[in-house]
Design a protein around this ligand. Structure first.
Ligand SMILES: [Zn+2]
Length: 342
């Protein structure tokens, strides 16, 4: 089985975006703020948006199951207050839950949280619990920078985040550390802000003793870990100067990386540097990079091709990357599959 641990609902029917635009307009003028019940999307519309997009490509490329979360760049936690984020997260999560119910063999949910700059992250817990307990979601996306590129929140090691971690440990779910759209003109959303955040999150963990407090907490750092694998020597050296244990002991029981790296040399470097037990297959399809690579003739985000072509990974390694590691990092996914005798 090939599990893609990183997919977003980027193809939701247009009614969702229209509702969001009205919600944003309603921040200034409450008289135009839409009710949740005014968003109407039928099962047929949901089916169509998936069958002709993500599911079609999954079948063409040969992946079986996607961990599916709301569109990351649309989370836009910086817009409005907690109430705005809360209504928006609930709607987006419910749509992912419905997609998972319509296509139970191909999608399982991960939640966005109703984060809002300056608001205690603990306010996200009711939505998180609903998604896991009622919708059967197997993970969350945690935004380390709800300000959208201004980094006004404390680092992930700060006690402010601990209530989320306590709940994650209790429910045995990992978090993908995933920012949203950048509203800072210096940072392009998917080309800079995402990769900066991946690198930043890793360094925040490295300089702290977070995983001493939470030995079973698991973070998935997407987009191949940003700059982390490429600069592994720098990070090892910095950890040494800080008198931290070797990174393998210090971080690699708790931090994992995905394969959303869109060229063969990048995947080769990732798999050479990072232990195979810490790498999970993902494509982030349909996502930020949708074109065809003229050098290969194949889509950049068809990441399975790079794993298949790898001469570094053995057949056993590939099985870990495709399935084994995902089952270990997402125990609720493993349980859901086992319940279906998969
Ligand atoms: Zn993503």
């Amino acid at each position: 089985m090939i599990i893609d641990v990183h997919g977003h609902y980027t193809t939701a029917p247009k009614a969702l975006e229209d509702w969001r635009n009205r919600q944003i307009a309603g921040i200034k003028d409450p008289s135009v703020r839409p009710k949740v019940s005014e968003l109407k999307i039928s099962d047929d519309e949901l089916r169509e948006s998936i069958v002709n997009n993500q599911l079609k490509k999954m079948k063409e490329r040969g992946s079986d199951l996607t961990i599916f979360s709301p569109r990351a760049s649309f989370m836009a936690h910086h817009i409005g207050d907690f109430e705005v984020s809360s209504a928006w997260a609930a709607i987006c999560n419910e749509l992912c839950a419905r997609v998972s119910q319509l296509f139970p063999d191909h999608f399982i949910g991960a939640a966005m949280l109703p984060q809002s700059p300056g608001v205690d992250p603990k306010t996200c817990i009711p939505e998180l619990e609903k998604c896991v307990k009622d919708y059967g979601f197997v993970g969350i996306n945690l935004n380390p920078d709800p300000s959208g590129g201004h980094w006004t929140s404390p680092p992930l090691s700060d006690r402010q985040w601990y209530p989320i971690y306590e709940k994650m440990v209790e429910l045995d779910i990992p978090a993908m550390i995933h920012v949203s759209t950048s509203c800072n003109a210096c940072f392009h959303t998917t080309g800079a802000h995402y990769l900066n955040a991946d690198t930043t999150a890793f360094m925040q963990c490295l300089t702290s003793d977070l995983f001493k407090d939470f030995p079973t907490l698991r973070f998935l750092i997407p987009h191949g870990g940003g700059a982390v694998p490429y600069h592994w020597g720098r990070f090892r050296g910095l950890a040494q100067e800080l008198k931290k244990p070797l990174l393998k002991e210090h971080l690699l029981h708790n931090i994992f990386f995905d394969t959303c790296v869109y060229h063969q040399p990048g995947i080769d470097l990732l798999t050479k540097v990072i232990p195979v037990d810490n790498i999970l297959f993902a494509s982030e399809m349909i996502g930020a990079v949708r074109g065809i690579d003229p050098e290969t003739g194949f889509p950049y985000d068809d990441t399975k091709r790079y794993i298949e072509a790898s001469t570094i990974l053995t057949a056993q390694d590939k099985h870990k990357v495709y399935e084994g590691n995902a089952r270990r990092v997402f125990p609720r996914l493993d349980a859901a599959l086992k319940a279906k005798r998969k």
